[in-house]
Design a protein around this ligand. Structure first.
Ligand SMILES: NC(=O)c1ccc[n+]([C@@H]2O[C@H](COP(=O)([O-])OP(=O)(O)OC[C@H]3O[C@@H](n4cnc5c(N)ncnc54)[C@H](O)[C@@H]3O)[C@@H](O)[C@H]2O)c1
Length: 257
């Protein structure tokens, strides 16, 4: 029952075929799983990231992947990148997935640390949506997905900037949904729980923490990036045409306690 869904059993979304899907932070972790999942739906996938070596490793698995180096905290570069991508092929789906969840003790956080965290974890989402929405508005359709986190719901310590920004994602999503809905653009947040990625395992997920998460979840299995990708595909596809302004939590029941 806890086995990951095999590729042959995954849903197909014909409406995603040929769509241009732009994924920020798509070179590694959940973002790379998103890139693989959308490519499997025959979408045109472009990844924005700063990790060139991770992007090149992903490119070996996905020969059709388009990659653009872009530091999302630099709004001029972000705008220029999205303008250039829009010229190459109209952007149908924007997934703001990049984040920085570094830990820092409460008393050590300086204004520059706070600003850095907001710049990547919240400000980039607003300006990416604004840049992508120009073309979407002209065409009268588009989908924006902002990655949130359950970390703020749980009040996770030592990451105040991150949790504050992730709480802000919910407010941002609801406002953008109202602003852009009349133009046929849907905006939702996708809110992961504790997902096992290479980075999580390398940096934070000790065997003790792993056991702790499993005990806290209603479902007793480790969430994988593919579990997040499954929801992202549904939210990007026309099947979810009635869904906007919502936060879709995929956390195996971590927050029910
Ligand atoms: N992994 C989890 O358990 C978990 C839990 C809750 C929420 N999330 C959210 O899901 C999303 C993906 O999580 P993840 O664990 O794969 O993240 P990650 O930290 O492993 O990967 C983030 C990606 O963003 C890129 N990135 C970072 N700073 C950037 C910048 N300035 N410009 C461009 N790219 C930049 C990184 O190079 C990386 O490829 C994030 O929004 C995260 O907050 C993850």
């Amino acid at each position: 029952m806890w086995e990951p869904l095999s590729a042959s059993l995954r849903a197909r979304y014909p409406s995603l075929a040929g769509r241009h899907v732009v994924i920020s932070g798509g070179a590694s972790g959940i973002g790379a799983a998103l890139a693989m999942a959308f490519a499997a739906q025959q979408a045109r996938v472009t990844v924005l990231d700063i990790d060139d070596s991770a992007a090149s490793a992903l490119g070996e698995r996905l020969p059709d992947l388009r990659y653009r180096h872009c530091d999302l905290t630099d709004i001029d570069s972000l705008r220029a990148a999205l303008r250039a991508l829009e010229r190459e092929a109209p952007i149908d789906v924007l997934i703001s997935n990049a984040a920085d969840d570094r830990r820092q003790a409460f008393f050590e956080i300086e204004p520059a640390d706070w600003d850095r965290s907001q710049a990547i974890n919240l400000r980039a989402h607003f300006f990416a949506a604004q840049a992508a929405a120009h073309g979407m508005r002209e065409r009268g359709r588009g989908t924006i997905i902002n990655l949130g986190s359950v970390a703020w719901m749980r009040g996770n310590p030592a990451m105040s900037g991150y949790t504050t920004a992730k709480a802000g994602i919910h407010g941002l999503t609801r406002t953008l949904a109202r602003e852009l809905g009349p133009h046929g653009i849907r905006v939702n947040s996708l809110v992961p729980g504790a997902v096992v990625t290479d980075k999580q395992q390398r940096l934070w997920r000790t065997p003790e923490q792993d056991a702790e998460f499993l005990a806290l979840q209603a479902l007793g299995f480790r969430l994988l990036p593919d579990d997040i990708a499954a929801m992202a595909m549904f939210l990007a596809a026309d099947d979810s045409r009635g869904c906007t302004a919502q936060a879709f939590v995929v956390d195996a029941g971590l927050t029910v306690h």
